[in-house]
Ligand binder design. Structure first.
Ligand code: NDP
Ligand code: 1BO
Ligand code: 1BO
Length: 318
């Protein structure tokens, strides 16, 4: 395998602060259900994916592990794969970080992962309801948790650590105490939610950004947006490919989810062509920007708080 830097010179990778390379396109696995093992194996062995994004909270890490194992048995080297997982909110206490990662490694049947992310920067009590009842959103020791994440890097259990769903306020707080700055920040991003504030803050600090829900997730369904469809027809590409390419041209890696073999393959056919600048700008101009994932269901208790609205979850930055 070529060095990280050399590999990153092709359009298939981005280089992280650590010098490691992250594949530009990865397979998302949220709500991938019982097809997950098959999807992961197909993505790697037939469609050329080398990055799989998962999370303990998705409840499918064992399935992802089976898919990875099948791909490795088919001849793919572990070192050529990039596996991302995330620590869930109930485990955001310093003493729970390592046991949470160990569980993830066991379920994935791996002895290290490439990237471990804080899934959301809020600590939830075990068994918390959706939306949370009074007292179920606990104090989050961000600095203590990050120190334990750093130890996972030092001990070789994870290659890189990062964050998801951080506001600029929370990012700045983390950067004040971090010895190892986050290598990656994973955020919702698509033409219907460009999320420029956190994107600019990450760029300023050399933090690579991965765009999640790049198609607008199943809720927003940007593949059926008339502006996207028009550009796709013009370029002789599919709407999904245009949305994924838009994310890549912005400088983010991207992790579209599909459990359909044909779409898994389609979503990887995004190299060797470009969206012309004028069309790229038209996509940037799609109106009515809104988050799909507001965090409201997970963290807001309108009566008891501590977060009484989605705006508060995002530190009133939207
Ligand atoms: P996506 O934006 O990837 O959209 C997935 C939806 O689009 C599914 O309904 C899928 O259906 C459909 N789809 C996939 N490919 C195409 C295509 N080419 N044309 C039309 N429709 C298509 O949504 P996700 O929310 O799943 O985000 C992607 C990944 O990002 C997640 O799976 C997860 O790994 C990660 N993520 C991380 C979060 C975080 O908090 N860090 C939050 C949310 C997501 P089908 O499967 O039937 O093809
Ligand atoms: C609740 C988890 C959102 C997808 O990562
Ligand atoms: C872009 C999302 C399509 C949902 O089926």
């Amino acid at each position: 395998m070529a060095s990280a830097k050399a590999m990153a010179q092709d359009e298939h990778h981005f280089v992280l602060k650590s010098g490691h390379a992250i594949p530009a396109v990865g397979l998302g696995t949220w709500r991938a259900g019982s097809d997950t093992a098959h999807s992961v194996q197909t993505a790697i062995t037939e469609a050329g994916y080398r990055h799989v994004d998962t999370a303990a909270q998705y409840g499918i890490e064992q399935e992802v592990g089976k898919g990875l194992k099948a791909a490795m048995e088919a001849g793919i080297n572990r070192k050529d794969l990039f596996v991302t997982s995330k620590i869930w909110c109930t485990n955001l206490a310093p003493e729970r970080v390592r046991p949470a990662l160990k569980n993830t490694l066991k379920d994935l049947q791996l002895d290290y992962i490439d990237l471990y992310l804080i899934h959301w920067p809020f600590r939830l009590k075990d068994g918390a309801h959706q939306p949370p009842e009074a007292g179920e959103v606990l104090e989050f020791d961000m600095e203590g948790v990050w120190r334990e994440m750093e130890r996972l890097v030092t001990d070789g259990l994870v290659k890189d650590i990062g964050i998801c769903n951080f506001s600029v306020t929370k990012l700045n707080r983390l950067l004040q105490s971090a010895n190892i700055p986050p290598a990656v920040c994973q955020m919702e991003m698509h033409p219907g939610w460009k999320n420029d504030k956190i994107f600019e803050a990450c760029k300023k600090h050399g933090i690579h950004v991965t765009a999640y829900s790049p198609l607008g997730s199943s809720e927003k369904n940007l593949a059926h947006d008339p502006v996207v469809e028009k550009i796709a027809n013009k370029l002789n590409k599919t709407p999904g490919q245009v949305l994924i390419k838009w994310a890549l041209q912005r400088g983010t890696s991207v992790i579209p989810k599909s459990t359909k073999d044909e779409r898994i393959k389609e979503n990887m056919q995004v190299f060797g062509w470009e969206i012309p600048e004028e069309d790229f700008q038209v996509l940037c101009g799609i109106k009515d920007e809104k988050r799909v994932l507001t965090g409201e269901e997970l963290f807001v208790n309108k009566t008891h708080g501590p977060y009484k609205s989605a705006s508060e979850v995002w530190d009133n930055e939207d």
